[in-house]
Design a protein around this ligand. Structure first.
Ligand code: OOG
Ligand code: MG
Length: 265
């Protein structure tokens, strides 16, 4: 596989995704018009989007792995993980009210986030390398927002749409990775006081640090590295749950405390 789109098509698709993200409307999956699109094409569109956001003054804060759990792969009908970038404009504080009027299909996921204190560069990065380069882990909620109508998408389109990245909230209690067992952290997601999802961190490739290693190795393929001080989300442990204005979501983690948010208009 390789890049099949020309520069003009990449810019065109990037503008389409950027419009859907910034003005919150649904678009058809990109492969309807470009059926030959490859995963590399998807990343070429995503990289163009990242370049534009940075040019507009957004700061790159880190990255996210997506589709790293069986629950998520089955929910979205894909079988390979993906990565996306995270900026300062996507961050929201814990306990805040997150507006939904600027989102298309908001859904929430419980994830383990990593903050690094050493540079990481692929290829061949392992979970052990990730743990060595991790300052602390913390619990996070990701609010994903697939911009594709009726959630009809494929991996190529979702990668171009930056892995549905929209908002993220870190919170709870930060821990050194060596002080906890990253594979067996239990998590429960509650929406309006009812349990809507539960799982254990091993759902993410056996260990969320594996997902971060995979992410760094994909970054290498994109000609990028993960600098010290990056914030990385390792992927949803359970299925994503749809939210609407008025909803209150709490993610409760074993050993890492909890993260709570509300949704408004
Ligand atoms: C793709 C994003 C997946 C995760 O944690 O698995 C993701 C989507 O489901 O729209 O963020
Ligand atoms: Mg996610």
């Amino acid at each position: 596989m390789s890049i099949t789109l020309n520069r003009e098509d990449i810019v065109r698709l990037c503008e389409r995704v950027e419009g859907a993200q910034t003005r919150a409307y649904a678009i058809p999956k990109l492969t309807n018009e470009y059926p030959g699109m490859t995963i590399e094409d998807g990343y070429a569109v995503q990289s163009e989007l990242r370049r534009r956001f940075i040019e507009q003054g957004h700061t790159l804060v880190g990255w996210k792995a997506g589709l790293t759990s069986k629950a998520k792969m089955e929910q979205m009908g894909v079988n390979v993980p993906s990565i996306g970038f995270l900026t300062d404009k996507m961050a929201r504080p814990e306990n805040s009210v997150i507006s939904t009027s600027d989102l298309v299909h908001p859904r929430v996921e419980c994830e383990v986030a990593f903050v690094t204190n050493k540079d990481l560069a692929g290829p061949g990065v392992t979970a052990g390398d990730v743990i060595d380069a991790t300052d602390y882990v913390l619990p996070a909620i990701e609010i994903i927002d697939s911009r594709f109508s009726g959630f009809k998408f494929d991996l190529e389109s979702v990668i171009a749409d930056n892995g549905s990245s929209a908002r993220y909230v870190g919170g709870g209690r930060a821990r050194r990775p060596k002080d906890i067992d990253l594979r067996t952290l239990g998590v429960v997601m509650e929406k309006n006081g009812e349990v809507v999802g539960m799982g254990a961190s091993a759902a993410v490739l056996g260990n969320p640090a594996e997902a971060v290693a995979m992410l760094v190795n994909i970054l290498h393929d994109l000609g990028e590295r993960l600098p010290a001080g990056s914030f990385v989300m390792s992927g949803g442990i359970t299925e994503a749950v749809a939210v609407q204005p008025g909803d209150h979501v709490i993610a409760r983690y074993q050993d890492l405390g909890s993260v709570s948010i509300r949704f408004g208009e």
